[in-house]
Unconditional design. Structure first.
Length: 204
């Protein structure tokens, strides 16, 4: 498999998931100009230009973070990163993946980290952080993970929460969520993924 990524983008979650699942993959960095090492434009792989994108050994290409993470979870040894299909826990995991994608990634962090947002748009995005962060704060009170054990939903949430300082989101205002992030960063697969991508981020 090939995973197309940018350092510390949401594709970090896919790297974490691959590590957790014990799956081999070739990691292809996507430069800012989108020109891949083989000369192709990244848009030939991911039409919207987003990471992560994953190419399977059979030639199937999948984009969109929640879909990529669900795919990896289903390749993992049974139960390692997900729950049995058609179970309540499985669908709750899918709900958390989509919650992170829509309520945090797109609604809050995309405008805060983008270069085109004006002050009014940034202020609105910060305001939109309050409700979903509050939901997570209440849900994670007394919990180690989003559900009974670590899943790809935790990997995605951690990747997004890593952006708080760069985006100006005061995660310290939600101490339960800040403690969750600190706990997740100590997990071996996450520590390895961050250590692998940190030099690439600094060099970018």
């Amino acid at each position: 498999m090939k995973l197309y990524f940018r350092p510390f983008a949401c594709s970090l979650a896919a790297r974490i998931a691959l590590d957790e699942a014990g799956l081999d993959a070739e990691f292809i960095p996507v430069p800012a100009d989108g020109r891949l090492p083989d000369g192709r434009s990244f848009s030939a792989v991911s039409p919207m230009g987003y990471v992560p994108a994953i190419e399977t050994r059979g030639g199937f290409t999948l984009t969109e973070g929640p879909a990529v993470l669900t795919y990896i979870a289903e390749l993992a040894p049974e139960g390692a990163l997900s729950f049995t299909g058609f179970s309540d826990a499985h669908y709750r995991m899918l709900a958390w993946l989509n919650f992170t994608s829509t309520e945090l990634h797109k609604s809050v962090f995309t405008p805060l980290l983008g270069k085109s947002a004006g002050e009014e748009e940034r202020a609105a995005a910060l305001g939109r952080a309050v409700r979903p962060f509050g939901v997570l704060e209440r849900h994670l009170e007394g919990r180690e993970f989003l559900q009974d054990r670590f899943t790809v939903a935790d990997a995605y949430l951690l990747a997004v929460l890593n952006w708080c300082e760069s985006a100006g989101v005061p995660i310290a205002d939600w101490p339960v969520l800040a403690a969750y992030r600190q706990r997740m960063r100590a997990r071996p697969s996450i520590a390895r993924a961050m250590a692998e991508e940190w030099p690439l981020l600094k060099a970018a």
